[in-house]
Design a binder for this molecule. Sequence first.
Ligand code: TYM
Length: 349
Amino acid sequence: MHKVQERVRPAPAAASRVPVRVFSGIQPTGVVHLGNYVGALRQWAQLQREHESYFCIVDLHAITTPYDPAQFPQQVLEAAAVNVAAGIDPQQSVLFIQSHVAEHTELMWLLNVLTPLGQLERMTQFKEKSRHVRAGIMAGLLNYPVLQAADVLLYKAALVPVGEDQVQHVELMRDIAERFNKQFGETFPLPGVRLTKGARILALNDPTAKMSKSVPGSYIALVDDPETIRKKVRAAVTDPGPPAKGSKLDEATPGVANLFTLLDVFAPVRHPEFADAYQAGTIRYSDLKQVLAEAIVQTFAPVRDKYASLMQRPDEVRALLAHGADRARPVAAATMEEVRGRMGLRGAP
Ligand code: TYM
């Protein structure tokens, strides 16, 4: 079974002098799904207890793909509410909307001058996304990871909890930070990625691809009702029957491995018995799916309730986002002051 162990690439010496800050972001486009929860949100909720944490609804990233401006503010609000419902504590963490802190775009421009074009063109996500673009690729799509670097570096964050699909972007921001430090003096801790178990949850309907909000049959939304969750888990692609006796779980097909990863996250105590049944060749995938579906339903029920209650009080959500931006701004402003100084942009001599 493909399993990503919990691993932290240790932040380098420069970062160890200051308390390690956490930064991560999520796009407010449509649904927040099980993959987002397992790969990212779940670890954000844990990390916020030990680290000064910044979590950002990245609206400026979201507008690099087609969107409806009339519906967008509502989507941003909903994304924020799902984050809070899923365990982000807006008192403990700084939860805010990217465009509410103007320094993100300013730093992005400055980092652009340190980012090789070739490296941006080699980004897997850029290549994937541009394949689906018909009307011409815009510069925003190419520069997307530079804005992501600015997000993290603005807060001098050293720990970036994300899913596996973001690793390359974090490596790029690390390169950019290193180049900046070399050219203009030690300024940024080098960010390291933090991956958790389930850093790449696969699509339920097609386990050769990752679970993604852009592919409708692939995901379970955090706010799906219990019956929908059960139906989607039941429909997940597995094998036609149990494997031969003595089969190894780490050689299971992607669809089966994916369900075992989810079982390990949502019902870890039930994992060993199904792993044994797999190896004995007696497993019934319908049983596994039933246990898994109930565990997911149980985990997401309070998220769904809290989300519904928050969306009845949208002004409260707006207020907590405004509060988050108020907390983020002074930190961002201080970094920009330092960066402008180092880059010789502090006005006339
Ligand atoms: P986004 O909105 O696509 O996804 C949010 C987070 O969910 C993770 N994720 C997954 N994890 C496991 N399995 C999956 N199938 C799966 N799908 C998504 C993502 O890896 C991510 O951690 N560019 C980022 C947002 C961003 C950001 C940042 C992240 C903007 N600035 C700065 C970190 C730091 C994105 O599009 O995430």
